[in-house]
Structures are given as structure tokens and as C-alpha cells.
Ligand binder design. Structure first.
Ligand code: SF4
Length: 401
């Protein structure tokens, strides 16, 4: 362990066995690992903690797939399936811009009526409604689905989307980039090679993406290590990843857990696993992918602060309408206000800053006093968000009639 930590602190690229061993560190070794990751984070990106003011628009929960970890999707015959119209999506984008958002994130289920042209229409409507918003949209799974349904290549779909305003893509639908795990988590989901191909194509067109990793279900430390090395190698090729977002498995409503659909399903990661994953992600990827994001949706604001001390430097977005984790049983609400996120950063002695999707700092908040009120700061995230923005439960209830 000492040799591995020394190699990591010298910036050496560790191999699969080394990364796996670090992920399994516990006790005093884990404390040492975390402390090193925090120092490396400070050296690589300083003490600023960033967030983006954004809105999620999960425009339908209807999906032709049945990923076992997903509690959000409904089958196309389900009475609980909702679909936002193009006009409703555009209205949500306009409202987000009015509230100070700089980004809208478009992701949804794979509804049977969707195809590449439908994604292009959505993107164009958002751009027309709120031309200043950065459109971060469509997972690799959605891009592959849209392209296939239209008989297009992913490259040509992405070109069409860029022409109507798409500026980056979320690196979701990754879970664990090891096919033996993917087959158990979600039979029929895109493969590791397909995920990498879609992301490679996006990066080749100048579209940056995030990278994600979902953990705490059936995977082992070695699988997590394999995933990190897939990302490291793809980043060496394209340079297009902006950040890694580790996502802990939200288990309570997930079919994978409720119906025990795979052997050895766990109820999410332990706290030690989470701390080790963040620290190792910083050490293994920090020189290649500079930013490491904590998902407050998965972890809650209090734990998010703790993980900022384990190598992370970004708190993600305000989201306004988080539906996917909420439907899986996450209890942290669907909105974090900018003030909430600044508070998390300050509570651990760091400097909050609002960023753009591509990590340009837009506003620094060196003291509490310089934080001008933003529209979203007028809200109480927990009690006002559903009334102000509508909720996932409300959409499902309305669909049910
Ligand atoms: S994870 Fe995405 S593709 Fe899979 S079932 Fe859920 S909405 Fe559908």
C-alpha cells in the first residue's frame, strides 16, 4: 500500500491490480489514501468548489428497455407513463433560463415513438426558447437508440444535434464498463464497446462529456478499477471528458434489489467504499480528467461535504427536477439551491463558484456577502420545489389520471 500511494503521489499511472488494491484500502490505509487524494486535488484544481445552475428535463419515463437497476422507467403500455410535449420541454427550458440557469440537461426513457429526428426537434425547440442555455443532452444509450431508429449513424445524428444547439453530452448509461456486469445489470443495454464508440464519436465532433460510474450493486472493487482504466484510456485518446461523477446505487425501489434479480445484490455501497472510490478516482484520473463531481442527489448535502475532502471539487447542478434518483428512492429532493451548494463548500472551508457546463468559472463567491440573490435562492429546496416545478410523482399521477 505504501508503494502504491507513493507511486500515485508521483503521478504514475497505476495498473489494474494496483487500482484494485487501493479501492480495497480500509482503516488507517484508507485514511492515508483520502488524505493523499485531498492533497492531490488541492494541487490539481485548488480550493474552489464549483456548481452549475441547471435544470433536468426528463421528458418521458416511457422506455422499451428494462434495466434492472432502474425504477424510473415505465413500459409503453403502462398507465403511469408520462410524456412531455415539445412545447412543455421548451417552456421548462425558458423558465429555467429566467431563474438564472445556464444549462439544461435533456435525458429520458427510450419511448417507442422517439427517433433521431425527435431528439433534433426537442433540441431545436429548447434552443429557440432559451438561446443562451447550454444544452447538455442525450446519453450514449439514447444517441444509439435515436440513430438506429432513424437509420442514421451516431455521427450524423450528433451532427444534426450540434446544428440545433447541442453543446455536450452526459456520460450516463455507463454503470460499470465491464460487459459481464452490464449483462446482469441490464440485459439488452449497450455494450462497453458501444458506449465507448458513441462517446468517442461525440468527443471527435468537439462535444465534451461527463463520465459516470454507478457502484454498490453487484460489482467488485476489481470491476470498479476496470471501469476507471477504461475511462483513463479513452481520455488519453480523445481528451473529451470534463469530469467523473461516481453515482452510488439507489437501491430501495430498484427492481434489482426488490426482486433480487442478480446474485449478491447489495443495498448500495458502504461509506468506506464511497470514500475509497472518490479518493482513488482523484489519484487515478485527476491528471487526465481534472474534475471529480459529487452527486448531492445520491449522497445528500451533508455527505457531499465529506466527499469534497476525499478528492472531489464539484457539486454538480441545482437540477430543479431530479426524477430518476427520486423514483429509485433517493430522499434528498429534486432541487438544491445555489445557496445550498455554496453552503456545502463553505462548511468544509472551500470557496464556492458558479461554473458553466465546460467548467469556466462564471462567478466566484469569496464571502457570503457577495452572493446576490438568484431566482432559485428564493426557494426552499425541500418544501417549495414540488409546488414550483412539479414532481415526478405528480407527472406519474397525472398520467394515471
Ligand atoms: S436506465 Fe434508461 S434505458 Fe434503462 S430502463 Fe431506465 S430509462 Fe430505460
Amino acid at each position: 500500500m505504501r508503494a502504491l500511494l507513493q507511486a500515485a503521489s508521483r503521478g504514475e499511472d497505476l495498473d489494474l491490480n494496483g487500482v484494485t488494491a487501493l479501492l480495497e484500502a480500509r482503516g488507517a490505509e484508507l485514511a492515508e489514501l483520502v488524505s493523499l487524494a485531498d492533497a492531490v486535488r488541492q494541487a490539481q484544481v485548488g480550493d474552489t468548489v464549483t456548481y452549475v445552475v441547471n435544470r433536468n428535463i426528463n421528458f418521458t419515463n416511457v422506455c422499451v428497455k428494462s434495466c434492472r437497476f432502474c425504477a424510473f422507467a415505465r413500459g409503453f403500455r403502462s398507465e403511469e407513463g408520462y410524456r412531455l410535449t415539445v412545447a412543455q420541454v421548451a417552456d421548462r427550458a425558458r423558465e429555467a433560463a429566467d431563474l438564472g440557469a445556464t444549462e439544461v440537461c435533456l435525458q429520458a426513457g427510450l419511448a417507442p415513438e422517439l427517433d433521431g429526428a425527435a431528439y433534433v426537434r426537442l433540441c431545436a425547440a429548447v434552443q429557440a426558447a432559451a438561446p443562451g442555455l447550454s444544452i447538455h443532452g442525450f446519453s450514449p444509450e439514447e444517441l444509439l437508440y435515436g440513430a438506429r431508429r432513424s437509420g442514421w449513424t451516431v455521427h450524423s445524428l450528433l451532427e444534426e444535434l450540434v446544428a440545433v444547439g447541442l453543446s455536450s453530452i452526459p456520460g450516463t448509461s455507463a454503470e460499470i464498463l465491464v460487459d459481464e456486469v452490464r449483462r446482469q445489470l441490464a440485459p439488452g443495454r449497450l455494450s462497453t464497446a458501444e458506449w465507448c464508440d458513441v462517446v468517442r464519436t461525440a468527443h471527435g465532433l468537439g462535444l465534451p462529456s461527463s463520465a459516470t460510474l454507478m457502484y454498490g450493486h453487484i460489482e467488485t472493487a476489481r470491476h470498479r478499477a476496470q471501469h476507471l482504466l477504461v475511462l483513463r484510456s479513452l481520455q488519453a485518446e480523445t481528451g473529451g471528458f470534463t469530469e467523473l461523477v461516481p453515482l452510488s446505487f439507489v437501491w430501495s425501489e430498484a427492481p434489482l434489489w426488490r426482486q433480487q434479480l442478480a446474485p449478491g445484490v447489495r443495498a448500495g455501497p458502504t461509506q468506506d467504499e464511497t470514500r475509497a472510490l472518490f479518493a482513488v478516482s482523484r489519484l487515478v484520473l485527476g491528471a487526465h480528467i481534472p474534475h471529480l463531481q459529487v452527486s448531492w442527489v445520491k449522497e445528500g448535502l451533508a455527505r457531499a461535504g465529506e466527499l469534497l475532502r476525499c478528492g472531489a471539487d464539484d457539486l454538480g447542478g441545482t437540477l430543479m427536477n431530479e426524477s430518476i434518483s427520486v423514483s429509485a428512492g433517493a430522499a434528498h429532493g429534486q432541487l438544491a439551491t445555489p445557496r445550498d451548494l455554496r453552503g456545502v463548500a463553505r462548511a468544509v472551508g472551500r470557496l464556492p463558484a458558479e461554473r458553466s457546463t465546460d467548467y469556466r468559472v462564471l462567478r466566484r463567491f469569496d464571502t457570503d456577502a457577495d452572493a446576490e440573490e438568484q431566482g432559485l435562492d428564493d426557494l426552499d429546496a425541500i418544501s417549495d420545489a414540488d409546488a414550483r416545478f412539479g414532481s415526478y410523482a405528480g407527472l406519474v399521477a397525472a398520467a394515471r389520471g
